[in-house]
Design a protein around this ligand. Structure first.
Ligand code: SF4
Length: 220
């Protein structure tokens, strides 16, 4: 009998297989290698390991993230493309004074530039991650710099538990900071561990009103 978790995994795999076939060379996955992105990167490695996995190299990642990303890519033969922030793009410690601008320069703009070469953008957003993500669909059109792109979220209906179960079932390695209480892992200046009872993304930009970097604001 097919379990609900197995059904979710089959659905996500079918969606990604369809996209890779329907848009040859035009599909990109973005991943930060912290949670759901590992599920999608693992699935992609079994379909088309040549499809790019876009990683925003903001310059502020935990060293553990960079090391884990490299090990993961090597293990699954993934083609990870590091999207680096232009040198001297922002004043030092802009994350303190203007985090929205910091995210725009280090995340949103590099991702938008990279996506110019693709028609489909796959991400690991889930509805249960936060209030701002409650209404996301599995597929949406997003207009980026005047060009429509198909944004696909195969895990939209997944729970955090579903992600954990998939990773355990398939023996996929986990980001080392997860066991230190980091339930959502971004740049070190803007990420703290969470405590029991807090939301998954409560440790991001903690103490401020900011909840999203801007990459997914159209969904929010
Ligand atoms: S998460 Fe923080 S450090 Fe990273 S780009 Fe955004 S404001 Fe800057």
């Amino acid at each position: 009998m097919t379990t609900p978790a197995a059904r979710l995994a089959m659905d996500a795999k079918e969606i990604m297989r369809f996209l890779v076939r329907a848009y040859p060379g035009r599909v990109a996955l973005s991943a930060s290698f912290g949670g759901g992105g590992l599920v999608l990167a693992h699935i992609l490695s079994g379909i088309d390991a040549d499809a790019p996995v876009l990683f925003l190299d903001t310059g502020y990642h935990f060293p553990e993230t960079i090391a884990f990303k490299n090990r993961f890519a090597q293990r699954y033969h993934l083609r990870v493309v590091d999207l680096a922030t232009p040198v001297d793009a922002t004043p030092a410690e802009l994350y303190r004074t203007d985090p929205d601008r910091c995210c725009r320069v280090r995340k949103v703009e590099p991702m938008h530039r990279a996506l110019e070469g693709f028609d489909v953008w796959i991400t690991a957003l889930r509805r249960d991650q936060s209030e701002t993500r409650r209404a996301i669909a599995v597929m949406e059109h997003q207009v980026i710099d005047g060009r429509a792109i198909l944004k696909v979220m195969p895990l939209a209906n997944w729970s955090r538990h579903d992600v954990e179960e998939y990773l355990a079932t398939h023996d996929v390695p986990l980001h080392p900071l997860l066991e230190m209480g980091y339930t959502s892992i971004g740049c070190w200046p803007c990420t703290r561990p969470t405590v029991e009872g807090e939301g998954e993304r409560a440790g991001r930009w903690s103490g401020t009103n900011k909840t999203e970097c801007g990459l997914h604001s159209a969904n929010a």
